[in-house]
Design a protein around this ligand. Structure first.
Ligand SMILES: NC(=O)C1=CN([C@@H]2O[C@H](COP(=O)(O)OP(=O)(O)OC[C@H]3O[C@@H](n4cnc5c(N)ncnc54)[C@H](O)[C@@H]3O)[C@@H](O)[C@H]2O)[C@H](O)CC1
Ligand SMILES: [K+]
Length: 524
């Protein structure tokens, strides 16, 4: 699904109103109704039906006024705690404030002293303080109100986005409401799907407020890769599939003490649907890798005693790559100067689609100017924030401060595809397109997960997927496999190999989701 920034949503509002003649107050009415319906559905069966709306002075508060009126019409008690003087409220919000029954609104612009009593017996608190118009750190009475809401021990429904969460980044500005449900409008915001905002939202509902189709379609946004999106990208094997039609991956990996990385990348490529997999490893480690893999073939590279890949093996690796469809380079290769030199030489000489990971990325970080020379060949980088910082030459906090901006800038500058790993992984294309991965969990915070992802992405490239699709699918399937493991094993102690072994289950769920969607389309 497409997600947008708060600014884009406000532009959409202006287009709907200005170009399509949808009155703003009508959009507000539909937004309020969408929220009221969710509240009614989630809490309407309870004996006490008391919704306390905590409202700010902007249109987020305006939505709150509509919610109050509609719930009151449905028999709810729906008092409003307004954190501003009524005269500070303007526009459509003021029009809706004026429609509330006398005695509904309590205005507390100066502070909440004594207002806590309003929360007594509340079934649900509606957070209508701040939405996409938040433009600074939350302090003062707004901060007090957020603390009061979070301390009340009452279910919370946030309007559009939990107040205090930046709609463009998902970051918390000062403090933020922790919601049980968030009802957003027309399209989800980046702040609804990026952490910590994604966590603070609770269950996210995207309410249709009748935004004109053209406005939604033309809105500038990024793809949030959820199950439906991944299933739409996924192509199950045809009935006539054979091992040659699944692509042949060459995994160039391993060094003494890091044979596991090579094995996981190779085994994951196979588990993600590669037709054939070959591991090119330092000769001394070949006997070990023959033990650690079964389906994958191995090629010993370099002198018998070599425990790491050396520059002198360039020709052998190019020869191996020439008869394969895709190359993954980096898992466990180490940082020996000769290995670094080999990576630089391969960047220049290899004419196959290439996935670069781990120490392959650290070698490239020493000479990123080698990347654009490959711009007519597919190159995918899969850095974690530390590797990204080295590639960019900045700090990890600087990468984390704007993950989307950092990924997009590097991908467009160096003409590469990039998966910036983390919660949530950001996928960037050379043309500036961005996707945000929607799967995964904290169980993945352990060594080896990157090696698995490298194998998965290589497998999808080898099967002929467009690189951007291969990256979106790779990131999603990788996290989706881990998501299947949370129920049986929680998020402590999950291993990369566990995730590797679940890959076929994740693929099967994509296929099943496609079947469901197809049947639905056919009206079954
Ligand atoms: N299509 C839609 O998505 C619709 C959205 N609606 C709602 O409108 C809000 C956005 O309304 P806006 O007035 O632009 O902003 P807010 O209500 O979020 O608040 C801005 C308001 O608050 C002040 N302010 C900003 N930052 C702070 C702060 N840190 N502390 C205190 N006050 C702050 C600012 O000065 C403004 O006065 C959107 O989220 C939806 O809920 C429409 O109602 C329907 C269509
Ligand atoms: K809100």
């Amino acid at each position: 699904m497409k997600v947008v920034s708060g600014q884009v949503m406000q532009l959409m509002d202006r287009r709907a109103i200005g170009e399509f003649g949808v009155p703003g107050v009508e959009l507000m009415e539909r937004a309020g109704r969408g929220c009221a319906d969710v509240i009614e559905e989630a809490f309407g069966e309870q004996d006490a039906r008391r919704a306390v709306i905590v409202a700010g002075k902007g249109n987020n508060g305006g939505d709150g006024f509509v919610i109050s009126r509609l719930l009151a019409e449905r028999g709810w008690e729906a008092p409003v705690l307004l954190l501003a003087a009524p005269e500070a409220v303007g526009g459509d919000a003021a029009a809706n404030l004026a429609r509330l029954a006398p005695g509904t609104v309590r205005s507390v612009p100066q502070g909440l002293a004594g207002a806590e009593g309003l929360l007594q017996g509340a079934t649900v608190i509606v957070d209508a303080l701040l939405g996409t118009g938040m433009n600074s750190e939350v302090t003062g009475v707004y901060g007090e109100a957020i603390d009061m809401i979070n301390a009340a021990g009452v279910p919370v429904v946030s309007v559009d986005i939990p107040s205090g969460v930046d709609a463009a980044t998902g970051k918390v500005l000062g403090r933020a409401v922790r919601a049980d449900i968030t009802v957003t409008f027309a399209l989800a915001k980046l702040g609804n799907v990026l952490y910590p905002g994604a966590d603070l939202c609770g269950r996210l509902v995207v309410a249709d407020i009748g935004m004109p189709d053209a406005v939604v379609a033309e809105a500038e946004g990024v793809e949030f890769v959820d199950l439906a999106c991944a299933a739409g990208l996924f192509r199950p094997r045809s009935a006539t599939a054979h091992k040659g039609s699944g692509g042949h991956c060459l995994i160039v990996a391993g060094s003494t003490g890091k044979t596991g990385a090579a094995a996981m990348a190779a085994n994951s490529a196979q588990r993600a649907g590669a037709g054939l997999v070959t591991l090119a490893v330092p000769a001394a480690l070949n006997p070990i890798l023959e033990q650690k893999t079964t389906e994958a073939m191995t090629i010993p590279i370099g002198p018998e005693e070599a425990g790491y890949l050396r520059a002198g093996s360039l020709a052998d690796i190019l020869a191996a790559a020439a008869i394969r469809d895709v190359v993954a380079l980096g898992p466990g290769i180490g940082t020996a100067p000769s290995t670094v030199y080999l990576v630089h030489s391969l960047l220049a000489a290899l004419d196959k689609p290439l996935v670069l990971d781990a120490d392959g990325l650290n070698a490239v970080a020493l000479k990123p100017e080698l990347l654009p020379a490959r711009q007519d060949r597919v190159t995918v980088l899969t850095p974690h924030p530390g590797e990204m910082a080295r590639l960019v030459g900045c700090s990890v906090p600087e990468v984390e401060a704007d993950r989307i901006g950092c990924a997009r800038a590097f991908a467009t500058r160096y003409r590469v595809y990039l998966i910036l790993k983390g919660a949530r992984s950001i996928i960037a294309a050379p043309d500036g397109s961005i996707a945000v991965n929607g799967s995964g969990n904290p169980g993945m915070a352990t060594g080896g997960m990157g090696d698995v992802l490298t194998g998965v992405v290589a497998a999808f490239l080898g099967q002929g997927y467009h690189p951007f699709a291969a990256c979106q699918l790779g990131a999603f399937v990788h996290g989706h496999s881990a998501d299947f493991l949370v129920e049986p094993m929680g998020t402590q102690g999950m291993s990369a190999t566990d995730v590797q072994e679940m890959l076929p289950v994740a693929l099967a769920s994509l296929a099943a989701s496609r079947t469901t969607a197809t049947n639905h389309q056919q009206g079954e």
